[in-house]
Design a protein around this ligand. Structure first.
Ligand code: G3H
Ligand code: 13P
Ligand code: ZN
Length: 343
């Protein structure tokens, strides 16, 4: 099956009332782990690459691996997504490669660190939406700023520093026409999100619920959604790792989000923890010996998330539409998101 439009994946998820995990990849084993899980649970899936991942793997290696995944798993709808695009050029180059979805993260300036103004964010995001939709490619924008820094990307600080203003979210969605909107409700990237288990008030679920009420047709995205399970922290530390105690986003809060318009859930850190390689048998030095259990450990985490987010068993629900057909839908207005219904 060719790669599928993320918009179609999310529209179907909205119809079915479930969420779809978007899992970050950097190499073949991570892609295989995701596909093992998708196959086992019969899930549609979003695979995403950050700028750092594209640089690390060299664009073409990574993209051809995704194409191989699609070819080997024709029964699984897969959307390939650029995570945290920092500029028009980053999104343009992903589209040129064949990515079916891009995130233009205009909440930060092109340096990927400094918060941008609202007007700057609207202008760059709208530019990407016009270009991408003409080519049938989905666009995710971001309003509000996530906390933390991953591989040099991010404003830093706590996830509570720049919570999304619901009125701004409405204006942003109306002026840009994004398909999906990442909102800041207190999460941050990386392993260190919270110093104790956060409840719904720490996570500002009320803000999320309000935004969904205002924007019922815009798919909401939760970034920084790793749960950072204690079991994975313990395994890392058992083998000589140095993780300080930390709390991620509880799965039940993500599930509450899914009941309130969250359709895409970004998970990277949990999979990084799971695929970390431990030396149990120092006499062995074959990558197959240590990558196989690491890949299986990641597949286990991904399969669990797919079940928890509700995407499991939905792979065969629909027939993917070609990207060309999707482009026609944007052109004739049938796919143009009508944001404001019930403010
Ligand atoms: O949003 C950040 C993702 O976790 C990807 O991180 O830029 O280190 O690949 P990265
Ligand atoms: P985590 O660091 O919580 O896995 O978040 C990943 C993410 O949001 C990627 O865009
Ligand atoms: Zn993110």
């Amino acid at each position: 099956m060719p790669l599928v439009s993320m918009r179609q994946l999310l529209d179907e998820a909205a119809k079915g009332g479930y969420g779809v995990g978007a899992f970050n990849v950097n190499n073949m084993e991570q892609i295989q782990a995701i596909m093992m899980a998708a196959k086992e649970t019969k899930s549609p899936v979003i695979v995403q690459a950050s700028r750092g991942a594209r640089k690390f793997a060299e664009d073409l290696y990574l993209f051809k691996l995704i194409q191989a995944a699609a070819e080997l798993n024709p029964e699984i709808p897969i959307a390939m997504h650029q995570d945290h695009g920092n500029s028009f050029e980053t999104c343009e180059s992903a589209i040129a490669l064949g990515y079916t979805s891009v995130m233009m993260d205009g909440s930060l300036k092109a340096d990927g660190k400094t918060p941008a103004t609202f007007e700057e964010n609207v202008a760059i995001t709208k530019q990407v939406v016009d270009y991408a939709h003409e080519r049938g490619v989905t666009v995710e924008g971001e309003i509000g700023v996530l906390g933390g820094v991953e591989d040099g990307h991010g404003a830093g600080g706590s996830g509570l520093d720049h919570i999304t203003d619901p009125d701004q979210a409405v204006e942003f969605a109306e002026r840009t026409g994004v398909d999906a909107l990442a909102i800041a409700i207190g999460t941050s990237h990386g392993a260190y999100k919270f110093t104790s288990k956060p409840d719904g008030s720490v996570l500002k679920m009320d803000v999320l619920i309000k935004i969904h009420k205002y924007l019922p047709n815009t798919h909401l995205v939760m970034h920084g959604s790793s749960s950072v399970p204690k079991e994975l922290q313990d395994i890392i530390n058992q083998y000589g790792g140095k993780l300080n105690p930390t709390w991620g986003v509880p799965v039940e809060e993500i599930q509450l989000g899914i009941k309130n318009g969250v359709r895409k859930i970004n998970v990277d850190t949990d999979n990084r923890l799971a695929i970390t390689v431990f030396v149990e048998t120092p006499e062995k030095f074959d990558p197959r010996d240590y990558m196989k259990p690491a890949r299986e450990a990641m597949a286990k985490v991904v399969a669990q998330r797919m079940t928890q987010f509700g995407q499991a068993s939905h792979a065969g629900d629909y027939k993917p539409v070609s990207i060309e057909e999707i482009a026609k839908g944007y052109k004739n207005g049938s796919l143009v998101t009508k944001p404001l219904v019930s403010k």
